[in-house]
Design a protein around this ligand. Structure first.
Ligand code: ADP
Length: 403
């Protein structure tokens, strides 16, 4: 038995889960938020308790120290050497990483070189990694890339139709995101279609950030997010795909600068932008039930965009055995699921148990399709952290073997 930690460092937060491996038992989990502030928030969940305190958290190093001290104080570990490996989520691995990779100088340099493609994320991951390295200098660490799972796409699926020179010189292409989630779901999804030859799946990771992936035999064939998480389906506050000239025209008519407009497309658009209500899909649903016209059309637009991708991927895969709904909206929001399904059921001949869809408790794994549906439709809660822990544990085993 070995303890490994899955880490997700953002620019102002640090999330972690400590696992007992290979059993995959979660020992504790927690989050440090508002890093860089006097009133940072540190929460530790352990044995059913949720301890929360407000403390100054100057930087990521302070955040990591807070976590480590708490683990010892709460007698979760006796000393830091008990943590045998760490796994760090990295959003952008560019064309370099097809799988999780041990942190070394080369890995760090490549992640650094990709900062322009994911400015907030990759910088934060490196800062977090350095902070962990200070307290656990001899503990092996692995980088687990959101983009790695999508590296199996063919050129005609990942290239954008821009001058080839730009794709080559500036690494401008589709990388996708949520790859760790899509990989987990594609593996878990196999349990539902044991007799399928090609295991064709359309996986809908519908959180506040959302992406849809087509997989065949456990490999990514196509994915909706693009160069950055702005691409693909409409999201809580992001536009998803649209005619690039919308951006150009908005620059001209609003007189706003590039950066402001780009931020608006990321943070003030999508469900939020169209409804003018909030960037939380729950608020928009509430408003739509009250008859708010903008919220109603926002939800309809969202469902259409989801349906567009499912249709596209059905064709791309030459059929489909399994459609998976997952993440915040996919796991919890029956109304959004129903809207999306109503848009695709006729073409795909789906037979859906809408009563079950409505009555299911939030976050429950379930089959939504009826026996006679040619495509199974399921809800599977995602688990990106366990994938990170698995890769960290695999690295540990590899290290032990070579010692
Ligand atoms: P992310 O990691 O992208 O922030 P999550 O997968 O955790 O997203 O999803 C969070 C989002 O899920 C929330 O912003 C909210 O919009 C949506 N969500 C969660 N529960 C529900 C629900 N019961 N109904 C509608 N939307 C929900």
């Amino acid at each position: 038995m070995s303890k490994v930690m899955a880490v997700n460092c953002g620019s102002s937060s640090l999330k972690f889960k400590l696992y007992e491996m290979p059993e995959e038992v979660v020992i504790c989990s927690g989050i440090v938020e508002r890093i860089g502030h006097e009133d940072g928030i540190f929460q530790l969940k352990y044995k059913g308790k949720n301890n929360k305190k407000i403390v100054p958290v100057k930087d990521h190093a302070v955040a990591v120290n807070l976590v480590m001290e708490a683990l010892v104080e709460e007698h979760i570990i006796k000393d830091l050497n008990e943590i045998k490996a760490t796994g760090h989520r990295v959003v952008q691995g560019g064309p370099y990483f097809k799988e999780s990779t041990e942190f070394n100088e080369d890995t760090v340099e490549k992640i650094r070189s990709l900062i322009p493609l994911a400015p907030l994320h990759n910088q934060a991951h490196l800062t977090g990694f350095e902070a962990f390295k200070k307290v656990l200098p001899n503990t092996p660490a692995i980088a687990v890339f959101d983009t790695a799972f999508h590296q199996t796409m063919e050129e005609e699926d990942y290239l954008f139709p821009i001058p080839k020179e730009y794709s080559d010189k500036y690494l401008i292409r589709r990388y996708g995101a949520h790859g760790t989630s899509h990989k987990y779901l594609s593996q878990k999804g196999e349990e539902y279609i044991p007799n399928s030859k090609d295991k064709k799946m359309i996986i809908c990771h519908l959180g506040s950030g959302a992406s849809i992936t087509a997989t065949k035999n456990g490999k990514c064939v196509a994915t909706s997010m693009g160069l950055t998480p702005l691409g693909g389906i409409m999201m809580n506050s992001r536009t998803g795909d649209m005619d690039p000239s919308v951006y150009y025209q908005l620059l001209k008519v609003t007189g706003k600068d590039n950066e402001t407009l780009f931020q608006e497309l990321n943070k003030k658009s999508g469900l939020y932008g169209v409804s003018e209500v909030s960037n939380d899909s729950r608020d928009i649903e509430t408003k739509s039930k009250e008859g708010d016209k903008n919220s109603i059309i926002a939800m309809k637009l969202w469902a259409r965009r989801v349906a567009d991708y499912i249709g596209q991927y059905y064709v791309r895969l030459g059929g489909c055995d399994l459609i998976i709904f997952s993440a915040g909206i996919g796991e919890n929001a029956s109304t959004y699921r129903e809207l999306a399904l109503k848009n695709i059921e006729e073409a795909l001949n789906l037979k859906i148990d809408y009563k079950l869809n409505k009555e299911l408790p939030c976050g429950k794994e379930a089959v939504l399709s009826k026996e006679d549906s040619p495509i199974k439709v399921v809800i599977i809660p995602t688990d990106e952290e366990v994938m990170i822990a698995r890769d960290a544990y695999a690295l540990l085993l590899k290290k032990e073997k070579t010692c």
